[in-house]
Design a protein around this ligand. Structure first.
Ligand SMILES: [Zn+2]
Length: 441
């Protein structure tokens, strides 16, 4: 601690020299930060230099062929760190047998010559998943004093997304391996009750065909605590826990295999009760039936009831009548009287018009009636509203991907969405560690 105190005293002298009389706390904070940044930068340079000198040898073992690598020369490299750019020199060795060359110090310290350091990349990518790159760049610089280009933020974020894509590929490879599945069955904890949810949102891409919008599909695995309210308009106090999100821009079948692969990671296939919530989209239920045939399928309560208001608006002119009808129909759905609601809607529907909201609602309820046994679900304490996944689709899709005026390259949209899903799953630091291990390997 004495060392730190000595440094602080020196820094304090320096600040007082630099600032004039009449300075404020803000001036002191800013100056201290700038000086500390520079001290950090020089410190890192000294540490790297010290490590390099300590390890310098006439030769090093070759990692490729096991032969001897004689020392050749010191090679310069730029390191981009949390404290700014640093020029370092590292000993370079070249194998006499296989002619592979390397700087052992890079591997040992995890240096990334002429690229962002692991720590800088971790924070840059985190910023990139939270904010559009332009805004992110400004905030990043304000908070860290490190200037990065939009492209650097973009690249870091995408690198994280690409790491997840690779991880998912590895999961896919094991998720269809019978031995691995048997091993999980024997060894892993079987969840008592696990929820899944799937949804989709649109992303505007630069695709040159007539329809540049792509479906960003989002899925989640989670546990839930709490009970649904006693009445349809009661307060919802259900909390999702341990939520893991996944996302992709791909065909439904491919997303299905991702659902399976991520599901296996969280033992969805072993769950005693597996409950999957979704809106009425047919592709979702097809995938669920294919991959998790035993799952209990529930039509999301909020999606179901959202069909009622347009029916009331089309059928009645007075606001009170609209409200009264909506409440009555909602209560009927809540009580599991789906057929009654279908009949009522069909009575209200225009005979020939299949776009009539009443007809649309009737068809929707009819298609999903097997997933609308709400009284049963409530009795068993199941969550019936997929608020969790809805907000994830919004958070992943709408909030980050729908930048006004921006269109996405499909690959980068996919990677940024994956990175964002990992961030929202609280997997960021784990992912950073995984990425560092991958790069070191
Ligand atoms: Zn060699």
């Amino acid at each position: 601690m004495n060392n730190i105190m000595a440094i602080a005293e020196m820094l304090s002298d320096q600040i007082q020299q630099e600032l004039r009389v009449g300075h404020t706390l803000s001036d002191v904070e800013k100056t201290a930060r700038t000086l500390l940044q520079e001290i950090g930068r020089q410190t890192i340079a000294l540490v790297v230099k010290g490590e390099e000198a300590a390890q310098l040898a006439p030769e090093a073992p070759c990692a490729v062929c096991g032969g001897k690598m004689p020392y050749v020369r010191r090679r310069p490299a730029q390191l981009r760190t949390m404290f700014g750019q640093i020029e370092v020199k590292r000993a370079y060795y070249l194998c006499a047998d296989c002619h592979q060359g390397c700087c052992p110090l890079d591997e040992r310290l995890g240096l990334r010559p002429n690229a962002l350091s692991a720590e800088l990349e971790r924070l840059a990518a985190m910023t990139g998943v939270l904010l559009p790159f332009g805004k992110g760049r400004n905030l990043f610089e304000a908070l860290t004093l490190v200037g990065l280009s939009d492209q650097a933020l973009d690249k870091a974020t995408q690198a994280y997304g690409a790491t997840i894509a690779r991880q998912e590929e590895a999961w896919r490879a094991t998720a269809y391996d019978q031995e691995e599945l048997q091993r999980r069955k024997r060894r892993e904890r079987k969840p008592l009750r696990l929820y899944g949810a799937i949804d989709a949102t649109k992303v505007h891409t630069r695709a040159t065909d007539e329809y540049p919008w792509r479906d960003l599909k989002v899925g989640a695995w989670f546990e839930a605590r709490g009970q649904p309210p006693r009445t349809p308009d009661g307060q919802w106090r259900i909390q999702a826990e341990n939520s893991h999100y996944y996302a992709d821009i791909c065909a439904a079948a491919e997303f299905g295999s991702l659902m399976w692969a991520t599901g296996v990671q969280y033992q969805a296939q072993l769950a005693q009760e597996l409950i999957i919530l979704g809106d009425g989209a047919e592709w979702i239920w097809n995938l669920v039936s294919e991959h998790f045939p035993k799952a209990i399928q529930i039509l999301d309560w909020f999606h179901a009831t959202a069909y009622l208001t347009p029916v009331a608006k089309a059928a009645f002119s007075a606001a009170e009548e609209q409200e009264a009808w909506t409440n009555q129909a909602k209560q009927a759905l809540w009580d599991g009287k789906t057929d009654q609601v279908i009949t009522t809607c069909l009575d209200l529907a225009g005979k020939e018009d299949s776009s009539d909201p009443a007809f649309v609602a009737a068809r929707y309820f009819h298609q999903n009636r097997a997933r609308m046994h709400y009284p049963d679900y409530r009795r068993q304490g199941f969550q019936i509203g997929s608020g969790t996944i809805e907000s994830a689709a919004k958070q992943i899709g709408t909030m980050r991907m729908k930048v006004p005026g921006a269109t996405w390259n499909e690959i980068s949209a996919r990677q940024v969405a994956k990175a964002r899903a990992a961030y929202l799953s609280n997997q960021w630091d784990e992912l950073a560690a995984h990425r560092t291990r991958l790069l070191a390997a």
